[in-house]
Design a protein around this ligand. Structure first.
Ligand SMILES: Nc1ncnc2c1ncn2[C@@H]1O[C@H](COP(=O)(O)OP(=O)(O)O)[C@@H](O)[C@H]1O
Ligand SMILES: N[C@@H](CCOP(=O)(O)O)C(=O)O
Length: 291
């Protein structure tokens, strides 16, 4: 039996738009059950997600290896769709790993990253989904580079609203251009955040998670929970809240005890009716097991 698992990812980390991402310990698992006369994928996502070749996992596998023989597959996942936890990236990475294994053409993880980035459109979710941990990446003019930073000893408080927000819809809220001065400020914040993350200087890193200039202010109207959670966290002396990916999930990074306290306080707020998770970082990324 072939089993592939891929972690959820939280992208951007504030100012690292389309570039920084963190793998979280919430997994999608794909099992290859047996060969079949047609492609079939059983999954827990309901009627809107196809169970045949139109499914993103199978479609991705066939993009990489068009001659694959049909299989009966099964997906288990607690990663919510279209909530800013990288579900489409888990599907793409799982599909590429499936093609790699079934076709016998072993592409390296770096090669998979290039294809995954082309399919997803940006590398910030697919890179940590493949490599695990905290990854800084860039994809400009087909050149993809990813650098894994030291594993942060932080937990993530994850608030998942009940409503979906497709990444494509959330990107429509972004401006076509930024004033030069704002771009410089945004870039200096992002550069310093990366340096602080690389040296595990949380005193500098955590406030910078809240200093984005590239996307949060434009998306704020789509995600009212961001301001609510940030304000509640500040009242408790906790800094480090940002919009996860394109939203609507809100993540706060910090130590376990503080985040537990934060979640207890948030749960008393009647406007926050979504789901809560307190997750460690996933260190491993993509895993392939044969038994
Ligand atoms: N495991 C999966 N299998 C099939 N399709 C998936 C899967 N995960 C995500 N998708 C597709 O990706 C869409 C969500 O992608 P996106 O808007 O980028 O949100 P997210 O922030 O969760 O990545 C879903 O509506 C669905 O069409
Ligand atoms: N940088 C992208 C990240 C999208 O992440 P997702 O988890 O919402 O798919 C963006 O902010 O649009």
């Amino acid at each position: 039996m072939l089993t592939i698992s891929v972690p959820a990812t939280s992208a951007n980390l504030g100012p690292g738009f389309d570039s920084i991402g963190l793998a979280l310990d919430m997994q999608l698992t794909l099992q290859v059950l047996q060969p079949s006369d047609h492609w079939q994928i059983d999954h827990p996502f309901g009627d809107e997600v196809p169970t045949d070749e139109r499914n993103l996992i199978i479609k991705t596998a066939l993009t990489l290896a068009p001659d694959l023989k049909p299989q009966h597959l099964q997906v288990d996942s607690k990663i919510p769709l279209a909530r800013g936890l990288g579900s489409s990236s888990t599907a793409i990475v799982a599909g590429l790993a499936l093609a790699n294994e079934l076709s016998g053409q072993q592409r390296s993880l770096d090669e998979l990253l290039v294809v995954a980035t082309q399919l997803e459109g940006h590398p910030d979710n697919v890179a940590p989904a493949i490599f695990g941990g905290l990854v800084v990446s860039t994809a400009v003019e087909q050149q993809v580079h990813a650098v894994k930073l030291p594993l942060p000893s932080l937990f993530a408080s994850v608030y998942v609203p009940n409503e979906e927000l497709l990444t494509s819809v959330s990107r429509e809220a972004l401006p076509a251009n930024l004033p030069f001065k704002q771009a410089i400020a945004g870039s200096s914040v992002a550069n310093t955040l990366v340096a602080a993350l690389a040296t595990q200087n949380w005193e500098v890193a955590l406030p910078l998670l809240e200093a984005d200039q590239f996307h949060e202010q434009y998306r704020a109207k789509l995600v009212p929970a961001l301001a609510t959670i940030r304000k509640t966290a500040h009242q408790l002396g906790i800094v480090g809240t940002y919009l996860s990916g394109a939203g609507p999930t809100i993540v706060t990074l910090g130590d376990y005890g503080q985040l537990n306290e934060l979640q207890q306080k948030l749960q008393t707020n009647s406007t926050l009716t979504g789901q809560y998770h307190l997750l460690p970082v996933d260190a491993a990324g993509l895993k392939v097991q044969k038994s």
